[in-house]
Design a protein around this ligand. Structure first.
Ligand code: ADP
Ligand code: MG
Length: 309
């Protein structure tokens, strides 16, 4: 007779957080762990989606005083902290700006300068007030957790794996990837390859890899390209000469936020910040050149015909 405790691999693919998550969990508790992860992430999506009227973030953005759940409070505090460290370049209070650009991109029109300066006036950490577990925004301010939510979700999912004693797992939350147990190789996408072929392979060993890029969500208007990562210093999509940045490290929440920030800052200005966090990076520039940090020399291999700077 088969033991019910036999190790199994459980795969789940589920759409949430505006993307698709794919998880593969192996071990005696795999079914339980995978189920817990799915429910936990879907709960976060319900709390944070700006597309659901009943989410905590939607209430916050309507100007309501909210009593925040534990996860909401934690991600807001972490976001504010990273915002300070990046001098406001990573900025969840840029919600008015990101919303303006989201609509403009859907309608294929460039926002006018008045709209941009109005949104800029309603961006900045002074607009968010946290006292105890209560949170309120200043009038006209808006929060967008799109640049950090998947990283935070990945950290909580990895904790759940630990709690259930699960040894091997690969979690891919819309491109935000975490691995426990057996190391795996992942492809780093070549943004210039029309078929999405990888430009190199990264060995992930109990680490996370997060990519921010301009090549997946963009529109062309009047011959110019606009993407979804907005520089809160200018109010426009960032223009630091990068197509993508991949960060590798252990804290997925910080990786996600810092990937967004590094994409805006560019390699030169992002490097000191990444060093402080012990994070490794691969930067792909618009001219096709690739920069990578020294710590990746053993774990990242270029595929043939890729150039390095
Ligand atoms: P993706 O979610 O596409 O994998 P990112 O983690 O870089 O990539 O997140 C981009 C999202 O972050 C945008 O769609 C928007 O919701 C939000 N965002 C855009 N600009 C900023 C910014 N400067 N600071 C914080 N969040 C931002
Ligand atoms: Mg991010």
């Amino acid at each position: 007779m088969k033991s019910v405790q036999e190790p199994v691999t459980v795969r789940k693919v589920f759409p949430t957080m505006g993307t698709v998550h794919t998880i593969a969990v192996e071990g005696e508790q795999a079914l339980f762990a995978a189920g817990q992860i799915k429910v936990r992430i879907q709960t976060m999506d319900r709390l944070w989606s700006v597309f659901r009227e009943d989410s905590e973030i939607a209430a916050l953005n309507r100007g309501e005083l909210i009593t925040a759940s534990e996860d909401t409070l934690r991600i807001l505090k972490e976001s504010v902290r990273i915002s300070k460290e990046t001098e406001g370049v990573f900025n969840i209070t840029a919600g008015s700006l990101t919303k303006l650009w989201r609509h403009a991109m859907n309608d294929e029109r460039i926002p006018n300068p008045c709209e941009i300066s109005k949104a800029l006036r309603h961006t900045g950490a002074t607009g968010i007030r946290i006292f105890g577990n209560h949170v309120k925004l200043k009038r006209g301010w808006s929060v967008d957790l799109g640049g950090i939510a998947k990283g935070y979700a990945l950290d909580r999912a990895l904790e759940l794996l630990k709690d259930t004693g699960t040894e091997n797992a690969i979690l891919n939350l819309g491109g935000t990837i975490g691995v426990t147990g057996r190391p795996i190789e992942i492809g780093i996408r070549n943004p210039f390859d029309p078929d999405g072929e990888p430009m190199g392979t990264l060995l992930l060993d109990n680490r996370c890899a997060v990519t921010s890029g301009s090549y997946e969500r963009f529109v062309r208007i009047d011959g110019r390209t606009f993407h979804h990562i907005i520089d809160p210093r200018t109010g426009y999509p960032s223009d630091s000469g990068l197509v993508s940045v991949t960060l590798v490290g252990r804290n997925a929440t910080a990786l996600d936020a810092l990937a967004t920030a590094s994409f805006i800052l560019g390699p030169f200005h992002a490097s000191p910040l990444l060093k402080r966090y012990g994070i490794e990076a691969i930067f792909i520039k618009t001219d096709g050149k690739v920069l990578k940090t020294e710590g990746l020399s053993d774990t990242f291999q270029f595929h043939e015909n890729m150039r390095t700077a």
